[in-house]
Design a protein around this ligand. Structure first.
Ligand code: NAD
Ligand code: TYD
Length: 336
């Protein structure tokens, strides 16, 4: 099979490329990625089956580039996106272009190229904050951040491509991922790398927001399952195995790393900070999905990975554009 993956230099996309090439010895992957601030060829360093992988540098919102990359593809897995909520609060423009226009361009090209399967990778954040219970796939979309709004819009254009044109699109909506190669702007890698450096972790608001953590390999397995067995036009929630307040997560990581409480700084909350996400995964389980990782073990091995791979994250944190972003996002926040 020849697979077109978009965003395969990012956190989840690169884990998916690595995992898939190892799992399927004859699989070939074309990886269309613009290499934005979050795209990093080092994420694929030393991977098994590298000769069956080809990176095409380009924009998913550019129809010509997409056409070239999609030639001969049997299926598409679309990860490419602007993915960080805090950045979308500072400036939403790239989110609309990549996440919405980019998804439409990908869907149109898939139709022209008669692609047999298309997985659109989305997020549980499209449901908005869930005070109680669990979101099911038919729930209304009530996104609160510009990031979530752009992903909700992309889910709707994916749905329209199925309804209008019969394009065999499946959408996945996953909860918070963690694992190796996650950009050190997201909560968990920021926390772990700051503490390795002896710096505080800025905890937003009262720290009681709840996220449902899934190891990135389990997410990759879910996406692969939906690619192979999902029903065209359907949406599949992908949840984790640990529903935790940020305070609780901070406590667990502090315990594993032996970090003092003084390295947690409560800061002014994120605007429109969703209180809780939770998804019902019955549909995915009916396809045969089971988690293979245990949260505590996966958390320990992830922390160890960041300890052992400072060569990967240190240059990213020291990059000028990343320092400018940290300043913009955190400088104005007083202590909560
Ligand atoms: P990421 O920010 O780490 O990576 C995004 C990748 O997309 C980068 O390699 C970047 O270079 C590429 N990209 C961005 N704009 C592009 C463009 N215009 N053209 C081509 N490539 C472009 O993101 P991630 O955390 O790996 O998330 C991947 C996908 O999974 C996203 O669609 C995201 O919404 C979704 N998702 C993420 C999480 C999570 O916890 N990280 C949870 C659920 C869903
Ligand atoms: P994040 O990794 O940005 O994922 P998302 O907002 O998409 O769920 O954040 C996870 C949680 O951690 C979220 O509730 C916000 C919180 N958070 C902090 O408390 N401090 C931080 O510096 C960051 C980046 C996030």
């Amino acid at each position: 099979m020849k697979l077109l993956v978009t965003g395969g230099l990012g956190f989840i996309g690169s884990n998916f490329v690595r995992w898939s090439l190892k799992r399927y010895p004859t699989l070939r992957i074309v990886n269309l990625d613009l290499r934005t601030y979050a795209g990093n060829p080092a994420n694929l360093k030393g991977m098994e089956g590298a000769s069956r992988h080809r990176w095409v540098k380009g924009d998913v919102a550019d129809p010509k580039t997409v056409d070239r990359a999609m030639k001969g593809a049997d299926a598409v897995v679309h990860f490419a996106a602007e993915s960080h909520v805090d950045r979308s609060i500072l400036d939403a423009s790239a989110f609309l272009r990549t996440n919405v226009v980019g998804t439409q361009v990908m869907l149109d090209a898939a139709r022209r190229h008669k692609v047999r399967r298309f997985v659109h990778v989305s997020t549980d954040e499209v449901y908005g904050s869930v005070e109680a219970g669990e979101s099911v796939e038919t729930d209304p979309l009530l996104p609160n951040s510009p990031y979530a709004a752009s992903k909700a819009a992309s889910d709707l254009v994916a749905r329209a491509a199925f309804i209008t044109h019969g394009l065999p699109v499946m959408t996945t909506r996953c909860s918070n991922n963690f694992g190796p190669y996650q950009f050190p702007e997201k909560a968990l890698p920021l926390m772990v790398t700051n503490w390795i450096e002896g710096k505080p972790f800025p905890l937003y608001g009262d720290g009681l927001n709840v996220r449902d953590w899934v190891h990135v390999t389990d997410h990759c397995r879910a996406v692969d399952l939906v690619l192979r067995k999902g029903k065209p036009g359907e949406i599949y929630n992908v949840g984790g195995t640990a529903s935790l307040t940020n305070k609780k997560l901070v406590g667990l990581v502090r315990g594993i790393m032996g970090v003092d409480e003084s390295l947690v700084t409560p800061v002014t909350d994120r605007k429109a900070h969703d209180r809780r996400y939770a998804v019902d995964c019955e549909k995915l389980r009916a396809l045969g999905f089971r988690h293979e990782t245990t949260f505590e073990l996966a958390l320990r091995s992830t922390i160890k990975w960041y300890r052992d791979n400072a060569w990967w994250w240190r240059p990213l944190k020291n990059r000028g554009d990343v320092k400018t972003y940290y300043k913009k996002n955190y400088a104005g926040r007083g202590r909560a």
